[in-house]
Design a protein around this ligand. Structure first.
Ligand code: AMP
Length: 299
């Protein structure tokens, strides 16, 4: 039975704890917004395998939510989050207040702006979102001072933004990407899935189904991006419960347009999907072509 993680609420306590840990070992860090699920647990397990000690942050970062987004209703489930962290052997949870993270207020803070990548896709649909993400992750790295930090491929563009920012600002944290954890029917796990009604849950499954259709089309020899993107549209367009925002196949390194998927270079492209189901915005993605012998979506 693992001990319950220590809950750290101040920056000074967190820095002291971290420097003590790093004196004799390696610290892995998993930033989250809480409402933890198996996807988060997988990040923590990978971190635990690679590092001696794992810390998690739980902070619903207000600056990455737009004015019309779900900040107020974002699920907050601290007690069950603590239990999940304990069950996978997390040693500490940084659980700050808004006053600690934004002492001069949510409008008045030094911001981190990552160029080019952030104008596309999620950045275009959610203005300001990536400034909030890049800023809070920079602050969390400065507070927790980890050796390694773990991010999910589920938020693919976020991963690229954090990678670029960490390189550009020489933050000195080693980044690791962990594959998307899915429900048994294929739906990518997300804290926002709990907003879905039963009918909406059925529609939400269209996202992973459309990626499966895409994977099948590529496996049968279609490599042109336009017909491959149509495979996604054919699945999602037929469900009135799904309002598609975007469904595109682009270069996996820089998100630029592609004509064809280079089938001899594994994971050289990525299919990115965002859609609204009811009032819930969902995203999913698939790396193309898959690493030899792998299929991501079984259902
Ligand atoms: P969030 O709490 O949504 O900000 O997510 C915290 C971290 O967990 C991010 O790095 C996400 O990409 C990652 N994550 C969320 N859902 C999944 C999933 N289904 N599989 C793997 N990682 C995930």
């Amino acid at each position: 039975m693992n001990d319950s993680p220590i809950v750290l609420r101040s920056i000074a306590d967190t820095r002291n704890w971290s420097s003590e840990i790093r004196r004799s070992g390696t610290l892995g860090f998993v930033p989250t917004m809480g409402a933890l699920h198996e996807g988060h647990a997988e990040l923590m397990r990978v971190a635990a395998r690679e590092c001696g000690v794992v810390a998690v942050s739980i902070y619903v970062n207000p600056t990455q939510f737009g004015p019309k987004e779900d900040l107020g209703k974002y699920p907050r489930t601290f007690e069950s989050d603590l239990e999940l962290c304990r069950s996978v052997g997390v040693k500490a949870i940084f659980f700050p207040s808004d006053e600690i993270m934004y002492p001069h207020g949510r409008e008045d803070f030094t911001a981190v702006e990552v160029p080019s990548l952030t104008t596309l896709f999620e950045g275009a649909s959610r203005p300001g979102h990536f400034v909030g993400v890049a800023t809070v992750v920079t602050k969390l790295f400065g507070i927790v001072q980890p050796d390694f930090s773990y991010f999910g491929r589920k938020d693919y563009q976020q991963w690229l933004v954090i990678k670029r920012m960490t390189e550009d600002l020489n933050l000195g944290v080693n980044l690791r990407r962990v594959d998307t954890v899915r429900e048994s029917d294929g739906l990518a796990m997300s804290s926002r899935n709990r907003y879905l009604s039963a009918d909406e849950r059925a529609s939400a499954l269209g996202l992973s189904r459309s990626l499966k259709a895409l994977e099948n089309a590529l496996a049968t020899g279609e490599t042109r991006v336009k017909p491959l993107e149509k495979c996604i549209m054919d699945v999602l367009g037929s469900d009135p419960g799904v309002q598609l925002d975007y469904a595109r196949i682009v270069n996996a390194d820089n998100l630029r347009e592609l004509e064809v998927v280079e089938t001899h270079i594994p994971e050289s492209a990525v299919a990115l999907i965002a859609a609204r189901v009811g009032t819930t915005r969902l995203i999913d993605n698939l790396m193309l072509p898959p690493i030899s012998g792998r299929t991501e979506i079984r259902a």
